[in-house]
Design a protein. Structure first.
Length: 120
């Protein structure tokens, strides 16, 4: 499955979830692990309107390691993450989708969920 095919499949897929550490405001990093071999990432604030970033399993595991260790080395092969002024921007390295932007509370909830094994 190509990344474009995966993105289309993820747009119509159920099973999107966010960390249980996210607050009542609903804004958080949201993932979908329902399609074998592919992981989708989007912004729950935007729901179905959110750009979807696509990872293969190896890229996803590398991202989870970066996030869990708070070492955003951008070596996962799928996205580059920049941090500035309380904002995390997650941009696909291949330019295939718009960047996702998360505030400090949203990113902290995602990181807590990653560290708790919720996205494995």
């Amino acid at each position: 499955m190509t990344p474009a095919e995966a993105r289309r499949a993820l747009q119509n897929a159920g099973g999107w979830f966010k960390s249980t550490f996210s607050g009542a405001n609903g804004g958080c990093v949201e993932a979908n692990l329902t399609i074998p071999g592919v992981v989708g990432l989007r912004d729950s604030k935007l729901g179905a309107r959110s750009p979807i970033l696509v990872f293969d399993i190896i890229q996803w595991r590398r991202l989870l390691t970066e996030v869990a260790e708070n070492q955003l080395t951008n070596t996962n092969g799928a996205v580059a993450i920049t941090v500035g002024a309380g904002r995390w921007e997650v941009r696909p390295v291949d330019g295939s989708a718009d960047a996702l932007q998360f505030d400090e509370t949203e990113w902290a909830a995602f990181r807590a969920g990653v560290r708790a094994g919720q996205f494995a």
